[in-house]
Ligand binder design. Structure first.
Ligand code: IPM
Ligand code: MG
Length: 365
């Protein structure tokens, strides 16, 4: 089987982490009898520099014709003063919207041996394994009316029933496969849109009697995420709240450099590390490729239905970390410091070793 993957390395550290991670993807594919055609395209600031647009019509249509899209990161100080619709971030929003990637899945789990790296206490983060399911194509990011004049700026948070139903279903389905606990986060004590959100989530919940549903106000959720993150399994929330909460959640494992994400719709899927373009360390072979490699793991799982291959990727990351290999963001005394490329190579080596020792997958724990 051959798959068409559109690769959008983007800006800053994006190209480095993507370039380092692709060989892991190719190698895993090879062992499982699949190959990839990579269609590498400019996206974000670098696309603006060349084409005057953060994403071109051609790139959007290539993404719509691919089996999956792999993205690095976009943005940087160079493009900050551009008009709103030319900014690299606008390209990302356009891509999400045009592919209707409404479900953003952002897992945060603590790897054994890395608990020291978190700014939170070890006992607070022990055993944390949660997923933020963020609505990605509605809410404050896309609501109308929006605008800015000399003396006023405004945006609108609005959700239709259908938009809430589909994202709620994604979250319930995920919770069903996990610890069957779902926390829907809103601001229903203040916002009508949130009260509506809550009502619709309650309606959807009737189809999932085995999932334990709770509701939490977003301010409390932000506090609970640093107070006692282990209480969460799946968190469901709207676009803007999810943007903020997923950044908070990302600090639980210690580094943004570890966290993968998938943005899913009914037809298309995009995978990207949660971290940004980190222009301060770009081009120095310092960035952590693990978030990208883990995103590739999610790609195997969700887009190719290759769950076992995805498990191998996860195990390979764990093994590499257990062996004490670290990039600068997760380095501590007594561990071995590696660059971006070298870290990805180690993960590939770990994969080959694990595959040789245990070629038939893993028993379910
Ligand atoms: C994210 C980012 C984006 C967002 C930006 C880059 C547009 O912060 O993916 O979380 O706000 O969604
Ligand atoms: Mg964000």
């Amino acid at each position: 089987m051959n798959y068409k993957i559109v690769v959008l390395p983007g800006d800053g550290i994006g190209p480095e982490v993507v370039e380092a991670s692709i060989p892991v993807m190719t190698e895993v594919g090879k062992k499982f009898g699949v190959s990839f055609d990579f269609d590498v395209r400019l996206f974000g600031g670098c696309s603006f520099d060349k084409f005057g647009e953060p994403v071109t019509v051609e790139t959007l249509s290539a993404c719509a014709n691919a089996d999956a899209v792999l993205l690095g990161a976009v943005g940087g100080p160079k493009w900050e003063s551009l008009p709103h619709d030319k900014k690299p971030e606008a390209g990302l929003l356009k891509l999400r919207k045009s592919l209707e990637l409404y479900a953003n899945i952002r897992p945060a789990r603590v790897y054994t041996g890395l608990a020291e790296g978190s700014t939170l206490k070890k006992e607070v983060i022990a055993g944390v394994d949660l997923v933020v399911v963020r609505e990605l194509t509605g809410g404050l990011y896309f609501g109308q009316p929006r605008g800015m004049t000399e003396d006023k700026g405004w945006n609108t948070m609005a959700y239709t029933k259908d938009e809430i139903i589909r994202i709620a279903k994604s979250a319930f389905e995920l919770a069903k496969k996990r610890r069957k606990t779902l926390c829907s986060v809103d601001k229903a004590n203040v916002l009508e849109v949130s009260q509506f959100w809550r009502n619709v989530v309650l309606e959807v919940a009737r189809d999932y009697p085995d999932v334990k549903l709770s509701h939490m106000y977003v301010d409390n959720a932000a506090m609970q995420l640093v107070r006692n993150p282990a209480q969460f399994d799946v968190i469901l929330t709207e676009n803007m709240f999810g943007d903020i909460l997923s950044d908070i959640a990302s600090m639980i494992p210690g580094s943004l450099g570890m966290l993968p994400s998938a943005s899913l719709g009914t037809k298309y899927a995009l995978y990207e590390p949660v971290h940004g373009s980190a222009p301060d360390i770009a081009g120095q072979n310092k960035a952590n490729p693990i978030a990208t490699i883990a995103s590739i793991g999610m790609l195997f799982d969700n887009s190719l239905g290759m769950h076992i291959a995805s498990d191998y990727i996860q195990k390979s990351i764990e093994k590499t970390l257990e062996q004490g290999y670290r990039t600068a963001d997760i380095y501590s005394e007594g561990t071995t410091l590696l660059g971006t490329k070298e870290m990805a190579e180690k993960v590939k080596e770990s994969f080959l070793q694990i595959f040789e020792e245990q070629p038939y997958g893993f028993a379910v724990a």
